[in-house]
Design a protein around this ligand. Structure first.
Ligand code: ADP
Ligand code: ASP
Ligand code: MG
Length: 482
């Protein structure tokens, strides 16, 4: 059993959907497909929801018209009339349900997370219908399935956590069709809460859907088909000469995703680890390229990629006495947890009365909101501490097995940043030994990534550039960290 996931750009228009369908057809049965919404559609749906809540009728209408147009474009590419009409009828129902929900939001003048999830699910639901119809139109037996009946989650709308066993039970219902050679096209990104309402797994969550489904179906491989030819040594938007990394371990993939490589949703790898399922990252634009293979095995001892997490806040918490630290930390962790603010890194200052938290609070109103909620939590629990907060911080990471085991690696990283004029606010080795990180001003984040990539990533194979390696080159290279 193979699970193949197609991201937003890979199903962005009629031509891309056809290309994806061809890629599906080339894979052996049994196979399941997971699709994202067409690129931009999730944002349009969120814009429609917030315009409705704000009484902005024109804004709502413009967003809905664009969503419908994107779906109509893919629909028009379905050759067989019977399939086109049947898919069109399901899309009409989805769009009508969308209008009803937006009316409800407009009437309430607020869009809660549950409503928002039901609204954004329209994008993935429409794409699963369109992809299944496209496959059928070219003679491939296929059906669509909506994950709010397959991926079981808790009720944390907007960032739901899956329930593995219930998902396995529900996914079993897909097996007869899969075994009969029917390609099942499942919606990515969404799940179902215990009360039956639709949830979402967080932005970019379709990658996670694919490995959750892969684990539930005991897949032999999960393929993430995207718009880049694999996991690259850095985000190609920042570093145009970034290159494909042919193999990474689960640990490296998890660190890369955690520290900002958008190509994988941060939680994607976990379900694959549990069952040892290989994950491949492949490009729909270059389907014959080998891409990146992610497995349990570690290979090499170098820095393989440089990543960056932007829009972080640094929270500095000082306590009067060392013995207060544990109690205050407990309250800080609890308050961040309740507010679902993700912590990127934590450290304790040498004075031991200071804790520093790097948190991802980009969408939370920044320092004012976070400081306010922490102070409230500390007052509620009658604990004393001084909370300070700084915005505009980024965390750059150099990821690679064993890289941080070399004692010189962190020094090298700091030296590179220093020489390129980047101010390092704090730095750390990660206990997994798979990542080195440095907090830098957000304004210098891009510069930091470029400098680290230039210095720490192994140069492109000299052989690949058309000449044999000379001993001097190899020696020079063996001196490098990565
Ligand atoms: P999809 O819609 O297929 O899920 P995403 O846009 O979510 O695609 O992720 C792919 C994008 O991730 C790439 O276009 C690239 O800009 C970005 N990216 C960031 N870091 C990396 C990296 N290290 N390797 C590959 N892509 C990366
Ligand atoms: N469509 C969703 C998003 O844009 C999920 C995904 O693309 O993975 O976040
Ligand atoms: Mg993605």
């Amino acid at each position: 059993m193979i699970v193949m996931k197609f991201g937003g750009t890979s199903v962005g228009d009629a031509e891309r959907v056809h290309q994806a369908a061809e890629i599906v057809d080339a894979q052996p049965l049994p196979r399941a497909v997971v699709v994202s919404a067409a690129s931009g559609v999730t944002n349009l749906l969120l814009a429609a929801a917030s315009a409705s809540a704000n009484g902005d009728d024109a804004g709502r209408r413009a967003a809905v018209v664009s969503v419908r147009a994107r779906h109509a474009d893919v629909l028009s590419g379905i050759a067989k009339e019977r399939e086109r009409l049947a898919a069109g009828a399901v899309l009409d129902q989805l769009h009508a349900a969308l209008d009803e929900r937006l009316d409800e939001v407009a009437a309430a003048a607020v869009c809660d997370a549950a409503k928002s999830d039901a609204i954004v699910a329209t994008g993935e639901k429409a794409m699963s219908v369109l992809m299944a119809a496209t496959l059928r139109s070219s003679g491939t037996p296929a059906v669509h399935a909506w994950a709010d009946r397959v991926i079981a989650t808790d009720d944390r709308h907007g960032n739901a956590r899956p329930h593995r066993e219930r998902t396995r039970d529900q996914a079993a219902a897909l097996l007869p069709e899969l075994r009969a050679g029917v390609t099942v096209v499942l919606t990515g990104f969404i799940g179902g809460a215990p009360d039956g309402s639709t949830t979402t797994l967080g932005r970019g969550g379709s990658d996670y859907s694919a490995t959750l489904l892969g684990a539930a179906l005991d897949a032999t491989e999960v393929q993430i088909w995207t718009d880049v030819p694999g996991v690259l040594t850095a985000d190609p938007r920042l570093v145009p000469d970034a290159r494909v990394v042919p193999h990474i371990s689960y640990d490296e993939a998890q660190e890369l995703a955690h520290f900002g490589a958008k190509v994988l949703h941060p939680r994607t790898i976990r379900p694959a680890v549990a069952r040892g399922i290989p994950v491949r990252i492949l490009s729909t634009f270059a389907p014959d390229e080998p891409g990146t293979l992610v497995t349990r095995e570690a290979s090499g001892d170098r820095v393989k990629a440089v990543t960056v997490l932007k829009q972080l806040l640094v929270l500095t918490i000082d306590v009067p006495e060392l013995e207060d630290l544990a109690g205050v930390s407990a309250q800080v962790f609890a308050a961040l947890h309740v507010q679902r603010i993700e912590i990127a890194a934590v450290s304790q200052a040498s004075s031991r009365r200071r804790m520093t938290y790097l948190v991802d609070a980009g969408a939370r109103g920044g320092c004012e909101t976070v400081t306010g909620l922490l102070n409230d939590a500390l007052i509620d629990h009658d604990v004393e501490a001084d909370v300070r907060c700084e915005e505009g911080v980024a965390l750059v990471a150099a990821v690679g097995h064993g890289a941080s085991a070399q004692s010189s690696a962190l020094a090298r990283m700091l030296d590179v940043l220093h020489r390129s004029g980047v101010a390092v606010l704090s730095s750390s080795l990660h206990h997994s030994n798979v990542a080195l990180t440095a907090a830098v001003p957000a304004t210098q984040a891009d510069q930091a990534v470029k400098a680290l990539h230039g210095a720490l990533i192994k140069p492109e194979s000299i052989v690949g550039k058309g000449r044999r390696p000379r001993r001097g080159d190899l020696l020079a290279e063996s001196m490098r960290v990565g």
